[in-house]
Design a protein around this ligand. Sequence first.
Ligand SMILES: [Mg+2]
Length: 313
Amino acid sequence: VTATPLGPGPEFDRIRAIAAVLGSRATGLGDDCAIVRVGTKTLALSTDASVEGVHFRREWLSLEEVGWRATAGCLSDLAAAGALPIGVLVALTMPAADPPAAFASVMDGVGRVVTSVGGTVLGGDLTKGDVRSITVTGIGRVESVIGRQGARPGDELWVTGELGGARAAWMAMQAGREPDTAARARFALPVPRVAAGRRLVEGGARAMIDLSDGLAGDARHLAAASRVMLRIDLAQLPCHPAARVEAETQGEPAEVFAAKGGEDYELLVVMPPGATGNVGIAWSRIGQVESGEGVVLELAGRAVALEGYDHFA
Ligand SMILES: [Mg+2]
């Protein structure tokens, strides 16, 4: 497995530093999943940490939702690899004062989302700590390997579902307002697009990434990995209805609001030219692949500058 070319940003600077010190002691860093061949089978592996005060606030989420959300983020990486989940391992840190029922509640959320995509909880580890954190390692099986590399000039860029719902809920909660019910569900109980990911691979997808840090940033990662330029027409972006309402509150075009939103966990997918849209999933064509580098976002013929979320920016 060759190393994936990395995009710009402070988080990727840290990955670059790690890759430099590890050298040949690391393989295949920089994609949504590690791809490991075991005999005739191929596994996709991913790990994802969720930390209280960084990824979630207890006053916004129940413990079940904390477990679901952390696990959905990890399963979303498996979805972007077109993997069929086998299960998850969970490392859970909670205050010693939290009763057994609190641990059980978090794991109830984990169990509900992992079984929804056909996997199970395979094991884990418990530690005490002042800050709650949940680290989920997902294990899946793939038949053909797909990642962030593979987009070619002339290909088409598509996105599943609707964007901006999670951000709409986040903005409302941040401002102390009651979030829209559907938007809150997008935030608290995101659905990993496992079935869509598998169908898209069968449908001939060339490259995929899940939208965890916002369209602008994640598209940039895919462009860097594939060594291409992505041109996105924001007017084509499928916006969640709550994103339209919240965008108006913020005085921002809905498409820009939706493009800024992280944690939608939809899939950004590159298809060969002429994909009909008939793959049996809700998706929208939002742009094209060109030669060059980086991402160009346009709205009504004008370039729009947007950054994705970076954990270290
Ligand atoms: Mg990802």
